[in-house]
Design a protein around this ligand. Structure first.
Ligand SMILES: [Zn+2]
Length: 166
């Protein structure tokens, strides 16, 4: 595995390009996923999308149930997202926008369908932070950034709470 450089900046071309579907899960994709996982943990992120390592493919990694005994690291390929429930506002940060934290409204519930590394199509119903991560990472695949969605500034106290970079 290898650490990959993280693409940064609100105007970065790769971050502002819509990502393409993955055609087949070959060795190259598996290597990319392994490297993305290593890069995410090195940067202390709770999610990372392929454009954040310079690749415009529809892949992201999410740490579900982060910081609980049930935490799982889930690579999601060609994800499709449906959103439900109330809109809730919470602080978000992004590995690609260092030091930019703000309040982002998101749906509280989401259904995500994705392909895993074994080529199974899987559907999960998620809520809270898990659903928030899906929306943040899906935005990356669609060339959106949190800065486009900020409705307020994060307070210093909230900023110092557990990192929520994705
Ligand atoms: Zn991000």
């Amino acid at each position: 595995m290898a650490l990959l450089p993280i693409t940064k900046g609100v105007d970065h071309e790769v971050l502002r390009t819509k990502s393409k579907l993955v055609k087949s899960i070959d060795k190259k994709i598996k290597k990319l996923v392994a490297d993305m996982i290593e890069t995410m943990f090195d940067a202390e992120g709770i999610g990372i999308a392929a454009p954040q390592v310079g690749v415009n493919l529809r892949i992201y990694i999410a740490r579900l149930n982060v910081d609980t005994p049930h935490e799982v690291v889930v690579p999601m390929i060609n994800p499709e997202l449906s959103l439900y429930g109330d809109i809730t506002e919470d602080e978000e940060g992004c590995l690609s926008l260092p030091k930019k934290f703000g309040i982002v409204p998101r749906h509280f519930e989401a259904t995500i369908t994705f392909t895993d590394l074994k080529n199974n199509r899987i559907t999960l119903n998620l809520s809270g932070l898990n659903a928030r991560i899906m929306q943040h990472e899906m935005d990356h695949l669609n060339a959106m950034l949190i800065a486009d969605r900020f409705v307020g500034e994060a307070t210093p106290t909230r900023r110092s709470s557990r990192g929520s970079k994705k």
